[in-house]
Design a protein around this ligand. Structure first.
Ligand code: AMP
Length: 214
C-alpha cells in the first residue's frame, strides 16, 4: 500500500496517517516531523531548514527530495508507506515519480483531504503537541485532562509555526505551490478527494473505502 496524503496544513493528514500506519502496519513518512527533529538536533540540515519553517515557507525541494528518497529505501517501507506532507511542489512530485519508478514502488492512491480555511486556522491555532511523546491535543476540541500537560506527564507546547501570521502564509503557500498537485494526480488517475471536515473516525473510514477500491 503506497499512499500519499494531500491537503492543507491542519487538514488532518498527520492524524489520518497515524491511523493508517496502525491499520496497515506501514510507516508514516512526515517530512515536517523529520525536519522538526533535524531542527531540534541542530544538524546542518536543521539549521538551514529552520528559517524557512519559522516563516511558514517551504524548505528547498532538493533538501526534502533527498530526505524522502533515502527514507523510502529503508526496510520498513518494503510493505508500503504513507507520505504525509510530501510532495508539496510540482518538482517534488516529479522527483518522487522518478524515485518510485527506480525503486519499483508504484503509487496506489493519493488521498486529498478538503477542509475550509476558517476551520483550518481554528484547528492550527488551538493545536498543542506533547514535547515528550508527540501526542496532539486541541485546546477546545480535545483538551488535556490537566492544564498544559499530556496524559504521559509531558509538557504541551504550541508549534512555532502555528501562530496566526505564519499560518496565513502557510495557507497561501499551499494554494500557490501544493494545490496544483491535485490536478497532477487527477491526471494520473490516482486522486481521491475526501471531506476532511467529518469526524476523525468517519474520515478514516472514507479513506479505507477509497483504498479498498484501488
Ligand atoms: P508540516 O508538519 O507538514 O506542516 O510541515 C511543517 C513545515 O516543514 C512546512 O511549513 C515547511 O516549512 C516544512 N516542510 C514540510 N514538508 C515539506 C515539503 N515537502 N517541502 C518543503 N517544505 C516542507
Amino acid at each position: 500500500m503506497n499512499i500519499i496524503l494531500l491537503g492543507p496544513p491542519g487538514a488532518g493528514k498527520g492524524t489520518q496517517a497515524a491511523m493508517l500506519m496502525n491499520r496497515y502496519n506501514i510507516p508514516q513518512i512526515s517530512t515536517g516531523e523529520i525536519l522538526r527533529a533535524a531542527v531540534q538536533n541542530q544538524s546542518l540540515m536543521g539549521l538551514k531548514a529552520k528559517e524557512y519553517m519559522d516563516a511558514g515557507d517551504l524548505v528547498p525541494d532538493e533538501v526534502v527530495v533527498g530526505i524522502v528518497r533515502e527514507r523510502l529505501q529503508a526496510d520498513d517501507c518494503d510493505g508500503g508507506f504513507i507520505l504525509d506532507g510530501f510532495p508539496r511542489t510540482l518538482p517534488q512530485a516529479d522527483a518522487l515519480k522518478q524515485s518510485l519508478e527506480e525503486l519499483n514502488m508504484p503509487l496506489d492512491a493519493v488521498v486529498s483531504l478538503q477542509v475550509e480555511t476558517d476551520v483550518l486556522v481554528e484547528r492550527l491555532t488551538g493545536r498543542r503537541t506533547c514535547r515528550s511523546c508527540g501526542k496532539v491535543y486541541h485546546l477546545q476540541y480535545d483538551p488535556p485532562a490537566q492544564n498544559n500537560t499530556c496524559s504521559c506527564g509531558g509538557k504541551l507546547e504550541q508549534r512555532d509555526d502555528d501562530c496566526e501570521e505564519t499560518i496565513r502564509n502557510r495557507m497561501q503557500v499551499y494554494h500557490q505551490q501544493t494545490a496544483p498537485l491535485e490536478d497532477y494526480y487527477r491526471d494520473a488517475n490516482l486522486l481521491s478527494v475526501i471531506d476532511g471536515m467529518a469526524e476523525i473516525s468517519d474520515v478514516h473510514e472514507q479513506i479505507i473505502l477509497t483504498l479498498q477500491n484501488c
